[in-house]
Design a binder for this molecule. Structure first.
Ligand code: ADP
Length: 432
């Protein structure tokens, strides 16, 4: 408790003592001696109290202060009050930390906190079980010395934590973990590792299933299509039969296209081909593509112009880049109304090599743009079916570009046309 006038009381008491000593001095006729002796007694008493305080502060186990009177009582009380306040604060903080720890132990994922120097500050129980960390033995050790997978180390040191990575678990290579790192506070990092074994197994199964079914459908479709080609489809002899055969032929052709596109997509998804290993002669590829586009253009009579930098080659996977570019060019041919204007550009720009296809077709409404690269997404289902489209073309383009560290950019204005383009980074340019 704080007494507002305690200093005044202490002063008055000191004055009182001095008055008593002065009175004794006056009575004994030696004022100076009496006051000096009195002051010495006061000093000794205060020194003794100081010693007691020191003993209480440093050697006593008791929380409550010894009982004393006067100014020392206030000092003891002040110190006792501060101590109690600190103890309560510590208790509250301890409770908070305990609650936080209990909460993080309840997390279904492994969690590790590291400081700016990558030293482990704290980890939860799942991190000890799944990541093989030992607690408290590993406290203060570098995280990248304990999780040694090269992909994780590269991810950890790159410092770009926008996307998570998938890596086999350190304690069990049969399990797959998704590592996600979130920076917070003063250069601290929170690592969350989630067991995604089942999800990645299902994803693998899905990919295998699509690839296998497509592969198995290929042969029967080829046989069907072959026989249909051989059947006589003469309008004069039997118009119904002729119509049925030509319709069946068109539909098997559509199914074949679909199966081929599914296989291409599966191959690209599973592709582990390194993009820096081979140089792709893009100008030569565009010469071929131009001939194919002109062949496809027979009925539509578009004006197709290729503006190609004849020297610009890039690193990449040839089949994939061919697939992406041809899909974009053929789409322009298919979806632009007859007599349109299509321009194809391939040239260097300030930050790499850019491929662009511009058409003056009907354009696409803005609300469709974000979804165009989804599998089987079509703006006008009836029309794309008529063009023989599988709905997988732009999905293939997206996968190819992701594999080449790029992405598809689409700009379109209804009634004016569309522009599909992508940029390959400077590092992929192999020669100009
Ligand atoms: P599809 O195999 O049906 O052509 P894509 O994935 O290649 O499928 O294209 C998806 C949809 O995007 C198409 O159905 C079409 O509606 C639209 N689209 C693609 N390219 C163009 C274009 N150049 N102009 C207008 N619409 C386009």
């Amino acid at each position: 408790m704080y007494y507002p006038f305690s200093w005044l009381k202490s002063l008055l008491r000191l004055g009182g003592y001095l008055l008593v000593f002065a009175a004794v001095g006056w009575y004994l006729d030696d004022m100076l001696l009496a006051i000096t002796l009195g002051a010495l007694v006061l000093l000794t008493i205060n020194y003794w109290q100081l010693l007691k305080l020191n003993r209480w502060l440093w050697h006593s186990r008791k929380m409550s202060p010894p009982t004393v009177k006067g100014v020392w009582e206030h000092i003891y009380e002040g110190i006792y009050y501060l101590q109690r306040r600190n103890r309560n604060k510590r208790k509250e903080l301890g409770e908070l930390v305990k609650r936080f720890r209990e909460g993080s132990e309840a997390l279904p994922d492994a969690a590790v906190v590291v400081d700016a120097k990558a030293n482990i500050i704290w980890c939860n129980r799942l991190a000890r079980l799944d990541l093989g960390l030992k607690w408290p033995a590993d406290a203060g050790r570098r995280l990248d010395n304990l999780i040694r997978h090269p992909d994780f180390i590269a991810y950890f040191h790159a410092g770009d934590f926008d996307h998570p990575i998938e890596v086999p678990a350190p304690t069990n290579p049969g399990k797959t973990f998704e590592y996600r790192i979130m920076p917070y506070g003063e250069a601290h990092l929170l690592l969350i590792a989630r067991d995604i074994t089942r999800v990645s197994q299902l994803e693998e199964m899905r990919k295998d299933f699509v690839a296998n079914v497509s592969h198995e459908l290929r042969t029967p479709l080829t046989v069907l299509h072959g026989y249909l080609e051989l059947l006589p489809a003469d309008d004069q002899v039997d118009p119904f039969q002729a119509k049925a055969i030509s319709e069946m032929s068109a539909q098997t052709q559509r199914m074949q296209n679909l199966v081929e596109d599914l296989l291409v997509l599966s191959r690209i998804e599973a592709s582990s081909e390194r993009i820096y290993e081979n140089i792709v002669d893009m100008p030569a590829m565009f010469r071929q593509l131009e001939a194919e586009a002109q062949a496809l253009n027979k009925d539509k009579h578009h004006t197709i112009t290729f503006h190609i930098n004849g020297e610009l080659k890039v690193f990449g996977v040839e089949t994939e880049l061919r697939s992406a570019c041809s899909n974009l060019v053929f789409n322009a041919v298919h979806y632009t109304p007859a007599g349109g204007q299509i321009d194809v550009y391939w040239d260097t720009v300030s930050d790499g090599a850019r491929f662009t296809v511009v058409d003056n077709g009907d354009g696409i409404e803005q609300n469709h743009l974000a979804r165009l690269t989804e599998r089987f997404y079509r703006v006008d289902k009836a029309r794309s079916r008529k063009t023989g489209g599988s709905g997988l073309g732009l999905s293939i383009v997206k996968h190819v570009l992701t594999h080449h560290n790029s992405r598809l950019e689409i700009a379109s204005t209804v009634g004016q046309g569309s522009e599909f383009s992508f940029l390959l980074s400077q590092e992929l340019i192999a020669g100009t």
